[in-house]
Design a protein around this ligand. Structure first.
Ligand code: LIP
Length: 287
């Protein structure tokens, strides 16, 4: 499947928009975080929480992207969305790592990506520009198609990112766990079998930041089952523009079934190990 850039649309221009609005929402969720921040609703389970700031951040992104790119579509994790007619859709996670945000753990991000195709169609879309901003640390990861991936901190100079990646046995491996108890049991089975085969495991709690960590080399490889387009869209292009391979278990586009990211060698070693491990664990169930 090839998704061609619409004529007259420059990924670098989309990136400028993504970075601007991600920084704005980042400032919003830090500066206007209420002292009594709580859970306003839950989604797939009692632990899949939404705060008022998730909603305010997405409302801000929807409004600002509507001003800056009125002809584009919009799809976000929380309420609201908009069809477009430009061929570009903005896929946003207003706070990726919501549980970390709720608990005050400084590992959450605003993730904003411009994508081609239909993000609701597995394998039918791809990002062309993306920005991931951690508003606590000031880290901002940016990438555009063919423009490379960069990281800057605060007002500091942006540094180009290039993945490394040792063999799997020496790889620091990131992962994450879902909100459903049955899935977490299955994920626990999988990670227990993988643990002896890698250097160590890290679970930071934000897929967008995990993918950016692969791009910068603070993780060698990452995998997770159950991610949504808004979790991966921006981190996906940051990782690939830094030289990473980002696929599902079969080597296709990342999907809710599996996202695997890493330098070419360690990505393939992890993908093969997961295929082997998944053949040996009970199928996921709500047992
Ligand atoms: C989170 C992901 C993370 C995953 C969490 C959660 P959210 O997204 O970024 O990788 O392990 O379970 O899905 O819900 O904070 O936007």
């Amino acid at each position: 499947m090839t998704l061609a850039m619409p004529e007259g649309i420059d990924p670098a221009t989309l990136l400028e928009v993504a970075e601007r609005v991600a920084l704005e929402s980042g400032r919003l969720i830090v500066d206007e975080r209420p002292r009594d921040l709580g859970v306003v609703e839950t989604k797939s389970s009692a632990t899949d929480v939404v705060t008022v700031m998730d909603q305010r951040s997405q409302d801000h992104l929807l409004a600002r992207l509507g001003e800056l790119r009125p002809e584009d579509g919009f799809a976000g994790e929380e309420r609201g969305g908009r069809a477009g007619d430009s061929g570009i859709t903005w896929v946003v996670d207003p706070i990726d790592g919501t549980v970390n945000y709720l608990y005050g753990v400084p590992a959450y991000a605003v993730s904003v990506a411009a994508v081609l195709g239909d993000p609701s169609s597995p394998g039918g879309w791809r990002p062309v520009a993306g920005a991931v901003v951690n508003p606590v640390t000031g880290e901002r990861y940016t990438a555009s198609l063919g423009g490379g991936a960069h990281r800057a901190i605060g007002e500091g100079e942006a540094r180009r990112l290039q993945v490394g990646g040792p063999e799997l046995g020496l790889a620091l491996c990131g992962t994450g766990f879902g909100y459903d108890a049955g899935r977490r049991r299955w994920q626990g089975d999988v990670v227990a079998r993988l643990l002896p085969r890698v250097r160590d495991i890290r679970r930071f709690g934000s897929a967008a930041l995990d993918l950016c960590r692969v791009a910068e080399g603070s993780l060698d490889v990452y995998y997770e089952r159950g991610l949504n387009p808004w979790d991966v869209a921006a981190g996906w292009i940051v990782a690939t523009e830094a030289g990473a391979v980002v696929t599902d278990l079969d080597g296709g586009s990342p999907s809710d079934a599996m996202t695997i990211a890493g330098g070419p060698r360690v990505h393939e070693e992890l993908r093969a190990a997961l295929v082997e491990i998944l053949a040996g664990v009970e199928p996921e169930s709500d047992r």
